[in-house]
Design a protein around this ligand. Structure first.
Ligand SMILES: Cc1cc2nc3c(=O)[nH]c(=O)nc-3n(C[C@H](O)[C@H](O)[C@H](O)COP(=O)(O)OP(=O)(O)OC[C@H]3O[C@@H](n4cnc5c(N)ncnc54)[C@H](O)[C@@H]3O)c2cc1C
Ligand code: SF4
Length: 474
């Protein structure tokens, strides 16, 4: 185990973020990396508890106490080897995972938790810098071919495992570049695209064929995929955005968050000129509707685009600052989260419902809103408007960040007749198999819009099931 008294002697120390005045002028990553000595000391805080709740709460089952111990002892390579046993892309989760592990860390009962997420990224970056992450193609091929549809974290994790098992994997991606929401969704200031490219290049060097601008179910008919491959893994994400059921949502000046964020990703990648960015917040009063992570990403992006002001509204009430009794440790704490984007300067309002937009085909004044409360009734929460609170929030640009409902159904799913569940996600059995023989599914397309770590976990599971299925076909 790590230093038996480490947690008594060493205080939690985070790498910290670049200063606000500096980081809002660019789209480079906000979070810094701690020096190696301090990082090893941080690992020494891990108590190697008898029951590692961190491990229990990590969706990919990372062996956290084990790699913390190796890190503390300076065995960075051993730590990476242990980490990569359970996580295909620790450089992604180490940057952007909400770290349920830290919420469940035993130290978190009465102290600050171990810096597990930061340790994870530090171990992985060291592994890349020292050059011991190298292309490792399989020694032998099985003769089986698998198509993975979608190149987000679920599809890439599945592809990685299936390729290492010796199957020839082709990833089909409808966009011009691979990565899914890692590339065209999550802002560069949270996850740099050089980090995404580095991993995708490695996967390609290991023998995975990546076909971009290849829309399965449209450019490549589903029947062709079914005829050409021994198994298929659908990992198309949950790309259908939730809309605001208001007529004026079609007004000019109102956009889905993803259109806004993707445009900025493309500007950063040099694919789109800033001058022709169709949805720029520069010089505008921005209203972000939706208080979640996507909304927060819109805040940070608007600030970097030099918006005059940014307001983020949420229909639910403000979360508590500390855990409530019905949300005890070791569960993920449902408390108020303040992102680095929020720290950069925005107004956050809770318990606000949007009634209509004021304008004439285009937003001319703003959004009419009113305060709401939520009352428990028959086991459900019912929204109640607060009389006399109607008002207009003045805005020139509205970004709808209301989440996602389900995968896009048109194209592949309807083309091959994949059965859906009650929420219009892909319906799978306990082996992640769909109703179509030899077709499996993973990631947000199955579980609904979620997290990168859950997508990786799901992709890993699907790959193992597909491998098992292919072995029975031999
Ligand atoms: C703005 C934003 C910020 C986020 N921030 C975070 C964060 O900080 N931390 C975190 O953990 N999670 C975050 N998430 C959630 C996370 O990105 C997703 O849960 C995760 O990417 C889902 O992975 P996936 O592989 O299932 O799907 P996706 O990443 O959505 O990838 C699906 C891919 O399939 C492709 N595709 C779809 N249909 C077809 C087809 N017919 N043919 C070929 N290709 C197709 C799509 O183009 C896409 O590239 C964020 C999400 C958003 C939208
Ligand atoms: S993947 Fe997420 S939950 Fe798992 S160890 Fe890393 S930060 Fe923690």
């Amino acid at each position: 185990m790590t230093d038996i008294k480490g947690f008594l002697k060493i205080k939690r120390k985070e790498a910290g973020n670049r200063p606000v005045h500096e980081r809002v002028c660019d789209f480079s990553e906000v979070e810094q990396i701690l020096n190696s000595e301090d990082r090893m000391l941080q690992a020494s805080r891990c108590m190697d508890c008898g029951i590692p709740f961190c491990h229990w709460s990590c969706p990919v089952d990372n062996l956290i106490p084990e790699w913390n111990d190796l890190l503390y002892k300076g065995d960075w390579r051993g730590a990476y080897e242990r980490l990569s046993l359970t996580n295909n892309f620790p450089e992604f989760t180490g940057r952007i995972c909400p770290a349920s592990c830290e919420h469940a860390c035993v130290l978190n009962i009465n102290q600050e938790p171990v810096t597990i997420r930061e340790n994870e990224v530090a171990i992985t970056e060291r592994a890349f810098t020292e050059g011991y992450i190298k292309p490792n193609p399989p020694q032998r091929r099985s003769g089986k071919e698998v198509a993975v549809i979608g190149s987000g974290p679920a599809g890439l994790a599945a592809a990685d495992i299936l390729n290492k098992a010796g199957h020839l994997v082709t990833v089909f991606e409808k966009d011009d570049k691979a990565g899914g929401l890692l590339r065209y969704g999550i802002p560069d200031f949270k996850l740099s695209k050089t980090t995404v490219d580095r991993r995708i290049d490695l996967l390609a060097e290991e023998g995975i064929i990546i076909r971009t601008s290849a829309f399965a179910g449209r450019d490549i008919p589903g029947t062709e995929l079914l005829d050409s491959f021994d198994a298929i893994c659908i990992a198309i994400g949950a790309g259908n955005p939730r809309s605001l059921k208001i007529e004026e949502s079609e007004f000019e000046g109102i956009h889905y968050a993803m259109d806004f964020l993707t445009a900025q990703n493309r500007v950063n990648a040099g694919q789109l000129s800033n001058n022709v960015n169709p949805i720029s917040a520069a010089g505008k009063r921005v209203l972000v509707i939706g208080g979640g992570d996507t909304g927060s990403d819109c805040v940070g992006t608007s600030i970097r685009q030099k918006a005059i002001s940014v307001t983020q509204i949420e229909i639910l009430t403000k979360p508590p600052e500390t855990r409530l009794n019905d949300n005890p440790w070791p569960y993920y704490s449902k408390t108020l989260k303040t992102s680095t984007s929020h720290q950069e300067g925005c107004e956050r309002l809770w318990g606000i419902s949007t009634l209509r937009f004021v304008g004439d085909g285009k937003i001319t004044r703003g959004a009419e809103v009113e305060d709401v409360t939520w009352e428990s009734s028959g086991g459900e929460y019912v929204m109640k408007p607060v009389e006399g609170t109607r008002r207009v929030i003045e805005t020139d640009l509205v970004l709808l960040a209301l989440g996602f409902t389900h995968p896009v159904l048109e194209g592949l799913l309807t083309d091959i007749g994949v059965e859906l569940d009650g929420r219009n996600n892909v319906k799978v059995n306990s082996n992640l198999a769909t109703n179509i023989p030899k077709v499996f599914a993973a990631g947000d397309s199955v579980i609904g819009a979620s997290l990168v770590v859950n997508a990786i976990a799901s992709g890993r599971r699907a790959a193992k099931e597909i491998d098992r299925f292919l072995k029975t076909q031999s």
